[in-house]
Design a protein around this ligand. Sequence first.
Ligand SMILES: *Cc1c(COP(=O)(O)O)cnc(C)c1O
Length: 221
Amino acid sequence: MRAALSGRASGLGSPTEPAVRLIAVSKAQSAEAIREAFRAGQRAFGENYAQEGLAKIAALRDLQLLGIEWHFIGPLQSNKARLVAEQFSWVQTLDRASIVEKLARHVNPTNAPLNVCIQVNVSGESNKSGVAPQEVLPFAKSVTAFSNLKLRGLMTIIENVTNEAIQRAQFREMHQLFLTLNQAGYAIDTLSMGMSHDFPVAIEEGSTMIRVGRALFGERN
Ligand SMILES: *Cc1c(COP(=O)(O)O)cnc(C)c1O
């Protein structure tokens, strides 16, 4: 019992359901590099650009039945929404009503619902995508109006700083938003935050899903 409790407290979770999932961010990596990571046991991959991601999904079609899982994690243009809704199983970057409607329209009704996360601009930087923290609740409500979208949680890219106190404050605000949504009755299970340079702090602050590229594959060319 003690062991189980301390395991939970340290974020280890149960063996079948790890507390923190790893998304291997494979932008700028070849299909072969993804295949190699898959062979080593990695299942979830994140792509930022629709065209590039769709080409790799096609090249790795044989891994679909073996459980490869594709996450769209980049800015989504509306003219790409149909293909992304058809080919990816997660879209982590919902940031406006029009893209929500377009994705919902194109999910194949015979497939499982599309897993989605709301992207939050927690740092408030003007050049960054995402809804403002105070918009998250009403936006979540609008997303759950579509039965073929499954709202899994929140995603963020915090400010790119090395100051750990700043990182921690932004991750903590995201965790608060996550709890607020849960308390409002949204059955969400995903808080997607933390990249190569800041994932240890993100995990300490409640991340359930880290998105790591360079620390796995090396620097991108
Ligand atoms: C590129 C990217 C990552 C991974 O960044 P690394 O620094 O390579 O770990 C994670 N999330 C998003 C949205 C990205 O665009």
